[in-house]
Design a protein around this ligand. Structure first.
Ligand code: HEM
Ligand SMILES: CC(C)=CCC/C(C)=C/CC/C(C)=C/COP(=O)(O)OP(=O)(O)O
Length: 298
């Protein structure tokens, strides 16, 4: 006897969870939370802020699931992504589409109901920027994909700020610039030691189109630009000396690793820089909050 279709196939929760790229999204939500905290919310709107952050998390996971859906054939060609649920067939295309739709719509509903329309509209635009513009058009079209598409990834603190204040401000723009300048070296470090994957998938990433030496040089230039951008929160009076000290320490580590990579081209150094880039962003955004809290208590 044939079993009903759903008895033969049932997506495991762990597979659906993986589709939303939870580790990347956790840092995205942390940056959104810092953006929200920097806007100075009063305690009585805390439930609204938490609901808005949950909304941002759900839309970001929805966007990641759409990315996995659109890229399932490219993912099958790359070692790093071969184990993804849609490649293994542990989640069907229909289920992934329904899941992505459910996450995105419930996230947008939370933002519209407990945040405000500006935060909801900006989050929808960010979803479109990553899931459609970057994934569908930019990624296969140009080695500048990450530079242009990075604008979507840089939005989370702006979304957090907008959810609290209902506006966008120079402070939010500075936090945007931090992630925007950080994204290319974050990604190109990984692309350097995964260039064979990208070649196989036919994606025009910088190390594939312009070679490793050019990519290493560009990473170094971006890391110097990033160090300059990192001073901006202090310059515009948004943060104090504590932020500046932590940012200076982590920027020194970033430029030092980029310099070593530029000089040697060793793949182990590229791996180290990629891992460090994640720690870097968490600490620099953490320092924005730490600085605020310490000086409020002082
Ligand atoms: C369009 C911009 C971005 C690109 C192209 C990009 C690319 C990547 C890639 C290819 C990976 C490896 C993922 C894996 O091994 O499965 C990765 C990992 C990661 N990215 Fe990004 N990234 C971008 C933006 C961001 C942003 C904005 C954040 C956070 C604010 C972020 C945080 C992370 C984290 C935390 C990981 C590690 C995930 C893990 O350990 O599994 N990325 N990124
Ligand atoms: C709030 C909101 C809607 C945010 C959306 C922005 C977002 C999810 C950015 C994530 C960036 C990311 C996972 C890049 C991975 O690059 P890739 O997709 O090229 O990597 P892959 O090869 O691992 O798929």
């Amino acid at each position: 006897m044939l079993k009903p279709l759903y008895a033969q196939y049932s997506p495991r929760l762990a597979d659906l969870w993986a589709l939303g790229k939870p580790r990347v999204v956790s840092l995205i939500v942390f940056c959104a939370a810092v953006g929200a905290a920097m806007a100075g919310p009063s305690l009585d709107i805390l439930p609204n802020v938490l609901a808005s952050l949950l909304g941002i998390a759900l839309v970001a996971m929805g966007a990641a699931a759409v990315n996995c859906l659109v890229e399932r054939n490219r993912d099958a060609a790359m070692r790093r992504t071969q184990g993804r649920p849609l490649v293994r067939g542990s989640v069907t295309v229909t289920d992934a589409a329904l899941y992505a739709g459910l996450l995105t719509l419930s996230g947008l509903w939370l933002l519209a109901s407990f945040g405000n329309l500006l935060a909801c509209a900006l989050t929808l635009a960010t979803f479109f920027g990553y899931a459609v513009v970057y994934t569908r058009w930019l990624k296969p079209a140009t080695p500048q994909n990450i530079v242009i598409g990075g604008a979507a990834g840089a939005m989370p603190p702006v979304l957090g700020w907008a959810a609290v204040s209902g506006t966008v401000s120079p402070e939010a723009a500075v936090m945007f610039l931090l992630i925007y300048t950080w994204t290319p070296p974050h990604f190109w470090a990984l692309a350097l030691y995964r260039h064979l994957d990208y070649e196989k998938a036919g994606l025009p990433m910088l190390p594939v189109t312009h070679g490793a030496a050019f990519t290493r040089h560009t990473i170094l230039l971006y890391s110097v630009m990033l160090a300059a951008v990192c001073v901006l929160p202090f310059v515009i009076g948004m943060s104090g000396w504590l932020y500046l000290a932590v940012a200076a320490w982590f920027n020194a580590g970033f430029v030092w690793r980029s310099w070593k990579l530029y000089r040697s081209g060793d793949e182990a150094i590229a791996r180290d820089l990629f891992r460090y880039s994640i720690k870097y962003l968490a600490w620099v955004f953490g320092a924005l909050i730490l600085d605020r809290v310490v000086f409020a208590i002082w």
